[in-house]
Write a protein that binds this ligand. Structure first.
Ligand code: SF4
Length: 251
């Protein structure tokens, strides 16, 4: 009877509203200065909060946890290592994390990958081949640190994938971005996705953290061979069709 109900669930968690980045089209970003929007409270789950919400009995109902973060980057949570270790080791569940990858250092990422092994899958945001190209959208991130962190993590048995948001400023470099991502050791899926946040026109104006006016432009290409369409990120049927859930261990 217990087995019948074992592991039917996928959990989707937001563990933090903190973020090191200031992506202009993110829900949490104030486009005047790229800090968080005023009404957003800065909060994060502690390890104790997590264990209280998910005792082992609850963990055992899950096969997988997806930790993306609508309002912040999960890797900004101070307890993320312990929380993932508890989910993976004590709960025997898979974990998927989405991150800008520009936090912590290569040693930390290596230890994280060793801890998670094949039950861990991290999706890194890489939007360009140069700092300028990458950070026009991934503002306040450091592409060199992202690359070092990815390389270190990829030396472990953990799974790594990448997410690229396509704008006009990087649309002519998609093959080069793919090459960079592969050169860092990422063997999993790469999703190239057109930004869908141009509801007010083809340009998106903002003031960066140094007070300088900047703008993003909507991509003009629609059907590049690398663009996988819009990523319905919570649609597992779509992910299965694309083969993106192939690393899942509890199918
Ligand atoms: S890294 Fe993610 S959470 Fe942080 S500002 Fe960018 S889109 Fe938002």
């Amino acid at each position: 009877m217990v087995e019948m109900y074992r592991r039917p669930l996928t959990g989707w968690l937001d563990l933090s509203t903190y973020c090191n980045a200031g992506c202009p089209q993110c829900h949490r970003t104030n486009i005047n200065g790229l800090d968080k929007v005023n009404w957003l409270q800065l909060i994060q789950w502690t390890f104790d909060d997590f264990k209280k919400a998910y005792p082992l009995r609850m963990l055992n109902m899950h096969k997988r946890f997806e930790i993306c973060g609508t309002w912040g980057d999960p890797m900004m949570n101070k307890h993320i290592f312990k929380i993932c270790e508890y989910i993976i080791k004590d709960g025997d569940c898979d974990v998927q994390i989405n991150t800008n990858g520009s936090t912590r250092n290569p040693e930390w990422w290596w230890e994280f990958g060793v801890m998670g092994g094949e039950k861990l899958q991290v999706w890194f945001d890489v939007d360009g081949i140069t700092q300028e190209m990458h950070s026009l959208y991934r503002q306040k991130t450091d592409l060199n640190l992202v690359k070092e962190n990815i390389e270190s993590y990829c030396m472990t048995n953990a799974n790594a994938c990448a997410h690229v948001i396509v704008f006009k400023h990087n649309q002519d470099y998609l093959y080069e971005i793919e090459e960079l991502i592969r050169s860092l050791g990422i063997k999993g899926e790469i999703i190239f996705e057109l930004s869908n946040r141009f509801s007010k026109g083809e340009t998106f104006k903002f003031v960066n953290d140094k007070g300088i006016n900047q703008e993003l432009e909507q991509a003009t290409i629609k059907d590049h061979p690398l663009i996988n369409g819009q990523n319905p990120i919570r649609d597992h049927t779509w992910k299965k069709k694309k083969g993106i859930l192939k690393h899942e261990l509890h199918d």
